[in-house]
Design a protein around this ligand. Sequence first.
Ligand SMILES: [Zn+2]
Length: 179
Amino acid sequence: MVTAQAPAWTAGVPPASDGAIDAASPAVQAVRALLANVPDPEIPAVSVIDLGIVRDVSALRVLITPTYTGCPATLAIEQAIRAALDGGGFADVAIETTLSPPWSTDWISDRGREKLRAYGIAPPPKGAAAASLKNQAPAECPRCGSSETEEISRFGSTPCKALWRCTACAEPFDRFKCH
Ligand SMILES: [Zn+2]
């Protein structure tokens, strides 16, 4: 499982000593810094790094897994990453897409989950994708934290989110669909 392990660049892994370009090279760090400021087109509060869309970065290419096959945002995400790379002087860094393994809501970072909650979107609990393929577990209200919630519509503000309502505080909110 790729999700069980912290990415190498956050784990303080020392750079390889053979002089080869590796994950800790300045170019790769610069690309990661650029990507950390690329917002998701649908939810500008979170970056493509927060959402776990960026799978791997090397000096030659950025590997991404779209959140949702057929999601209208997929093309916009790639275009936003392309623009950030070009603008940062990395026009020669390619963008590659992989659909295997498929993106999972489990890949949203803890920081990303906090940003979603602050933005008013209920993040799925970790492990929800495996445990609850059809979003059976009640969402937690991002405003009051109650789990006295109900799904109003399978489609919220975008096809990737469902519309829920909190029966405790009566607020409607979007919930990321687990998949
Ligand atoms: Zn509530």
